[in-house]
Design a protein around this ligand. Sequence first.
Ligand SMILES: NC(=O)c1ccc[n+]([C@@H]2O[C@H](COP(=O)([O-])OP(=O)(O)OC[C@H]3O[C@@H](n4cnc5c(N)ncnc54)[C@H](OP(=O)(O)O)[C@@H]3O)[C@@H](O)[C@H]2O)c1
Length: 223
Amino acid sequence: MHPYGRYATRGQSDIYIPAKIAWFAMEMPSFLVPVLLLWQAGSLDGMGSKFLTFMFCGHYLHRTFIYAVRNNGCPTPLRFVLSGSLFCTLNGYLQGHNMIYCTQYDDNWITGFRFISGIMLYFVGMSINIHSDYILISLRKPGDYGYYIPQGGLFEYVTAANYFGEIVEWFGYAIATSTLPAFAFAIFCACNLGARAWHHHRYYLEKFDDYPKSRKVLIPHIF
Ligand SMILES: NC(=O)c1ccc[n+]([C@@H]2O[C@H](COP(=O)([O-])OP(=O)(O)OC[C@H]3O[C@@H](n4cnc5c(N)ncnc54)[C@H](OP(=O)(O)O)[C@@H]3O)[C@@H](O)[C@H]2O)c1
């Protein structure tokens, strides 16, 4: 993945675009592709498939139309936007196609343990992710691209509270759907965001002498 945010190095040949447009363009395909697949299919069988497809699209609806608009990050390299957009197109197709054409849940699925525990994890993870992302957004005044120590919420326990929420969310989705593509995506998120969380943690320790020593990297009390 191309470096972005605090790790982007401003090469002369790089094109940078505003963060709001970048995040809108990157996340939009993960919402649009499943919606188009759904429109083409006409309908979805069963409450389980309907609910799970709306969960996937709901995450990206928020990311595309609310998070992207509120994002106040530094300008983003076009190369990262293009690769992110391609990934979201492929993953949107994979998850949407899987849910619409390859799965069938009987009526008992939505009262079963896997569905209910997965849904609960999904919403807990989503709440942590959104709450933490908005704590980060609130650290800056307009036009400021500085970095500050995040406080409050799960940031009291870990450096990458927003990533922890996102990972929990997608594992919840994977458990609720119990399909290989959903687990593959959850594992991808854990690897991708886990590595970035570690770099963020190292960055804070180097930048701030008063960075809380008890704060872990990603998983409260553990890592
Ligand atoms: N599913 C996946 O694989 C995946 C991959 C990437 C991202 N995401 C999700 O997308 C969202 C954004 O990801 P991200 O990698 O951009 O997160 P991030 O590095 O934590 O940054 C989030 C936003 O907050 C700003 N920010 C971060 N730390 C800050 C600090 N200490 N002081 C002031 N501002 C700070 C960043 O600005 P700058 O941009 O200027 O640094 C950026 O606008 C997260 O919810 C993440 O979970 C998911």
